[in-house]
Design a protein around this ligand. Structure first.
Ligand SMILES: [Zn+2]
Ligand SMILES: [Zn+2]
Length: 272
């Protein structure tokens, strides 16, 4: 089966399931259909741009690199299952590092704040990224695929897992406390990622992980104090809270507007 079609089917299937679970068990049952639609439209704009930039995607890049014998993995003879598992680990660390950069570099934060200015934590937020942020991520991923000669199967699997994790980790749901503790010792959960959407700067600039919590534990990018009640805390940024900011056109043009200058928030991001 075509890997793109497989990923799309998996994403739509999980999205439908999580929407039902949120509606039934979510903390905020009042679904804001307009906000969800805006998130979906932004995702569509992003995938359109992606198609134009790299029509065959990261998997196509991996197949091409393989046909040319490019990259580190073939050079050191790393292949088979070991290569696939190493790809999953390396890509998760690389996307974690990209996320840290998105919070530290001023220009990158302008793109990434489109994800953070959402005032609702629910599954479609996992699709809400500015098309230019998706493009930057794509360039980073393709560079890694070519430099390392990552196997197509490994990168295809990582892309599916990343897309599914984005939906799951933004769901307005929580695991029972004991299960949450066990699962989040390894994997990112909605409660773990929700902290990242707190308006408190110390929390916003923490918990960058996508699949594994390992990278945040190793780099100690965790807040000194967790929110007392993450399920009911405020979501979003202290600035850009207006409903009008959430519409798709405002989201697309957001990076090109200066935010109503928030105290320290922008200034402490560097001009790398
Ligand atoms: Zn972030
Ligand atoms: Zn998020």
């Amino acid at each position: 089966m075509n890997p793109d079609l497989l990923r799309l089917s998996a994403v739509l299937g999980l999205l439908a399931l999580l929407l039902i679970l949120q509606w039934r068990f979510g903390y905020r049952r009042d679904m804001q259909l307009r906000a969800m639609l805006d998130n979906l439209l932004l995702a569509l704009a992003g995938s359109g741009l992606l198609r134009l930039l790299v029509p065959l995607g990261t998997v196509g890049a991996a197949l091409w690199a393989q046909s040319q014998g490019l990259g580190l993995f073939p050079a050191i003879g790393l292949d088979g299952l070991a290569a696939v598992l190493t790809t999953l680990l390396l890509m998760d660390a690389a996307i974690w590092a990209q996320h840290v950069a998105a919070h530290r570099w001023a220009w990158f934060w302008r793109l990434h704040r489109v994800h953070h200015c959402a005032t609702r934590f629910e599954t479609t937020l996992g699709l809400r990224f500015h098309p230019l942020e998706i493009a930057v991520s794509l360039v980073w991923k393709v560079a890694l695929v070519l430099a390392l000669g990552l196997p197509a199967a490994g990168i295809a699997l990582y892309e599916v897992l990343l897309a599914l994790a984005a939906l799951w980790t933004h769901a307005d749901l929580a695991l029972p406390p004991r299960i949450e503790r066990a699962v989040s010792s390894v994997l990112v959960t909605p409660t773990w990622h929700r902290v990242h959407h707190s308006p408190e700067r110390e929390c916003t600039d923490s918990h960058y992980g996508n699949l594994l919590t390992l990278w945040d534990r190793l780099a100690n990018t965790r807040p000194a104090r967790l929110p007392a009640d993450p399920q009911h805390m405020a979501i979003g940024l202290e600035y850009q809270r207006e409903d009008s900011e959430q519409h798709v056109w405002r989201l697309l043009t957001n990076p090109f507007r200066s935010a109503p200058t928030p105290a320290q928030h922008e200034e402490t991001r560097t001009d790398a």
